[in-house]
Design a protein around this ligand. Structure first.
Ligand SMILES: Nc1ncnc2c1ncn2[C@@H]1O[C@H](COP(=O)(O)OP(=O)(O)OP(=O)(O)O)[C@@H](O)[C@H]1O
Ligand SMILES: [Mg+2]
Length: 281
């Protein structure tokens, strides 16, 4: 039987499971540029969702809107029952703590020790006194135990006391994952988390992210540049083109028609991997 057209490939959603995020007709206009143009999607808890698309398709803008770093021009974003567009002040800060962000450039304080960077992830959980003490780099032993556990999960227990900028890029990104785990968010947003890494470090980082998020029951929404990587790691792929969703389906549904819909051509990494697959068979 022929594959369905890419734009109609839709992930089966389980009606019994409440979505963690619902994006409804989200629009973001920057000085006449429609970065998002009516994006709608429903994301279930525990899913690993890859957002793919050409440069300028709106991937980062969607993540920034989900993180409430910027506001929508139109439409809505709900986390559980909460419409996050309506949040202000303390409620907005509380929401931001529910979302952990991983960046291409790690966003760690390079001169701090590894454990101090992970402890930063605990700040949202501390009271006023705890935050004051944290300024003097004094953390309760219980907080330190949480940070050590998170570093253990990402396989960096032997680097705890090392200055962060002495670690490799891949190790720094795993510290960033440990910091997000320490924050205990509901959703992890990752913007090109492996774009600064070579293939083996990138693979290790995505393996770590997938394994630790799955163990903690966290939802991950990650923008990824390589379609083959997205197909390997994601439970679900959302393809954006010019700010619109042109594909929403499983890796198995991501066929060449879908790739053409998203990228306008077959991506180079897909073609290279296809040659490798043919040679191996
Ligand atoms: N702060 C801004 N001011 C003006 N235009 C912006 C701003 N942020 C994004 N845009 C525009 O919105 C569109 C989408 O940008 P976005 O960064 O979301 O793309 P992207 O898919 O993440 O691309 P890339 O793969 O290159 O990271 C682009 O045309 C971009 O120039
Ligand atoms: Mg981007």
């Amino acid at each position: 039987m022929a594959s369905p057209p890419a734009s109609r490939a839709v992930v089966e959603t389980d009606a019994a499971v409440s979505p963690v995020v619902v994006v409804g007709g989200a629009t973001k206009v920057f000085r006449g540029t429609h970065a998002l143009d009516g994006v709608s999607c429903t994301i279930l808890p525990g899913q690993f969702v890859a957002i793919v698309g050409k440069s300028g398709a709106g991937k980062t803008t969607l993540l920034r809107c989900l993180a409430c770093a910027i506001t929508l021009t139109g439409g809505s974003i709900r986390f559980g029952e909460q419409d996050v567009g309506a949040l202000r002040g303390r409620a907005l800060r509380r929401h931001r703590a529910r979302v952990g962000m991983i960046y291409q450039q790690f966003n760690l304080v390079k001169r701090l020790r590894v454990i101090d960077n992970v402890l930063v992830g605990r700040l949202a959980h501390l009271g006023r006194r705890g935050r004051w003490l944290a300024l003097a780099r004094h953390f309760d032993p219980r907080e330190q135990a949480v940070a050590l556990r998170c570093l253990d999960h990402v396989g960096l227990l032997d680097r705890v006391w090392q200055r962060t900028d002495t670690l490799s890029g891949g190790e720094q990104q795993r510290v960033a994952i440990a910091k997000i785990l320490a924050q205990q968010p509901e959703v992890i947003l990752a913007d090109e988390p492996i774009a600064s890494l070579d293939i083996s470090n990138g693979t290790l980082v995505l393996d770590t992210l997938r394994r630790t998020a799955s163990r903690a029951g966290l939802t991950v929404i990650a923008t990824l540049h390589h379609i083959d990587v997205a197909r390997r790691y994601a439970d679900r792929i959302i393809g954006l083109r010019d700010g619109r969703v042109v594909f929403d389906g499983t890796p198995a549904q991501m066929n060449e028609t879908a790739m053409l819909d998203i990228f306008g051509e077959l991506p180079a990494d897909y073609l290279t991997a296809s040659v490798g697959r043919r040679a191996a068979s």
